[in-house]
Design a protein around this ligand. Structure first.
Ligand code: MG
Length: 255
């Protein structure tokens, strides 16, 4: 089986990615605080772009394959790749916010899903499960493990709660390009796939829906929805594989 080379980064390069990632984590925390009922996703996009540029960085998504936004804003049954726009957030919504930044030539990519006001208890459980699956996935991002260990860990965390991993969308290597080798499915078998090595930098991003593993593409050619219209969630970290274990480069979970 053909396995393309995966670029490994040295410690200086990883520090550069961590600087991009720190900026990105601060951006996501700012957006999390702003994401309230009555706010449009376009307003979040504007706030993100302003913040990123104020820090001397560039929004990585803007113009990427023609994408018009600085963030992806994907409510409810939209899984990913929502174009920010006139949509007004409502109480009870779930909103995935995905952001990429380029700082000094290095890219970081991360996403959170946030509740807008009080949400249904089952939606809370989807949120908690998807977030937990990301943490279980990154725990497997260690030298000597295999790529399949990450996917298997994510999949197990999702399926034990009865939810579905979206099959056609994957995480990815990241570095000087937003999308590098390898592709990182959110399902898999332990011990399968390439061996993980120190210096690999990976964007791990479980995308999970309540009722299906399938998706459909929206009329704008970007938005990806769960095929059955059920609610979806998405969390992402950029992570470095190090001798000390997984290092989260986009620490949106820390206060
Ligand atoms: Mg990504």
């Amino acid at each position: 089986m053909y396995r393309p080379a995966v670029a490994r980064k040295d410690s200086q390069q990883i520090e550069k990615m961590a600087a991009a990632g720190d900026l990105l984590a601060r951006c996501l925390k700012m957006l999390r605080a702003k994401a309230r009922a009555g706010v449009t996703t376009l307003a979040l996009d504007a706030a993100a772009e302003k913040f990123i540029r104020s820090q001397g960085a560039v929004p990585a998504f803007k113009g990427y394959r023609g994408f018009p936004g600085s963030i992806c804003a994907s409510p409810n049954s939209m899984v990913v790749h929502g174009i920010p726009g006139a949509y007004v957030l409502q109480r009870g919504d779930l909103l995935s916010i995905d952001v990429g930044v380029i700082l000094d030539g290095w890219v970081a990519d991360a996403a959170i899903t946030v509740p807008i006001g009080p949400i249904a208890e089952q939606t809370e459980r989807l949120l908690a499960t998807t977030r937990q699956s990301l943490f279980e996935g990154i725990e497997a991002a260690r030298p000597g493990n295999h790529l399949g260990d990450i996917g298997a860990a994510v999949q197990a965390a999702v399926e034990r709660e009865g939810y579905y991993v979206i099959r056609s969308l994957v995480g990815h290597g990241i570095g000087q390009e937003m999308h590098e080798e390898p592709q990182i499915p959110n399902y898999g078998k332990p011990g399968r796939g390439i061996k993980l090595q120190t210096g690999m930098t990976l964007a791990i991003e479980p995308m999970v829906a309540v009722g299906t593993a399938e998706v459909r593409i929206g009329d704008d050619g970007w938005a990806v929805y769960s095929a059955d219209g059920s609610t979806a969630a998405h969390f992402e970290f950029t992570v470095a594989v190090t001798d000390q274990g997984p290092r989260i480069l986009t620490p949106w979970h820390l206060d």
